[in-house]
Design a binder for this molecule. Sequence first.
Ligand code: SF4
Length: 304
Amino acid sequence: MEKCPRAWALKYGFKRKFSGNFNRHLINISDWSSPWRLMQRALRGVIIERLDLHAKGKDWPENDLAARIRHRIIGSLERQKTTVKLVELRLGNISKLRVKIENEELNRLIEIACYRFHSAMKSEPIASILRGDIVEWFSCSRLEKTKLDRWDLHVAPDIVWRQGRNWHLLKLTVQGAAIPVKHRRLEINAMVLWGLSRPGMPVMTNRFVVETLTWNRGEWRHWAEHAHDKLVDDATKLIKADMQAMTELYHKMGDACDLSQLPLADQKRTCRNCGHIDTCPGGEDLQRGRLEQSALEMAKASSN
Ligand code: SF4
């Protein structure tokens, strides 16, 4: 929500108001990703796949890695084509989301993903899991939901393991800061809410260790900290504040769903990776869009 309230509201804000096709299209458009992002998603997918095969005691076909990554990227591009076609049908024009990726570029992305994959296999805690030093562990789906008041949160970790009395909750981040900034640190601590609500897991925050494995400046960086009540409380407050902000945005739109009331992105680069780029004033000219929006707001305020 920090990056673009409008994109955030378009992705999450309509779920309760509309259902069926409208919502599905909106979610598909919101989920549109550039080839670079698709490569990162494919990388995360194969890392988890590798671990899951290990858990089942199955062999990992090493030679297949590039083909698996290619398959994932191409599959995602194909699925996105339907979304792009729909956008173009509505626009009556060619969409900016239409990407034609040359084979050479695709090969380059696959090469990058393979390199990062091999590097991940040597990084902790993955290396310890594969060596068998960590025995009690499992991977989680990011779609798993955790209840907080009336909200369903997606705060599940990617990998969970037990060492001694402690449960470790790890988030795999395919690109980011090696040491999470304050806001991100709280988001990471929200994983403890998942742990506390899960049957069989401890009921005390200090029995959890939150961790990240993040690709940063050419290598995977492992970061960990012991959870405690204050951090988890602050994380809960942050989530509630975000939810409150979303509710306010939602009301701001009014019954007519007036999107012009929603603030646009802070930075142009956010728009470059956004599925709403064709239909949003920020996608055309962010600076002008923001100016027009503040003029509208001033006019509205002075007429009240
Ligand atoms: S195009 Fe830019 S301003 Fe518009 S919703 Fe997307 S990120 Fe936000």
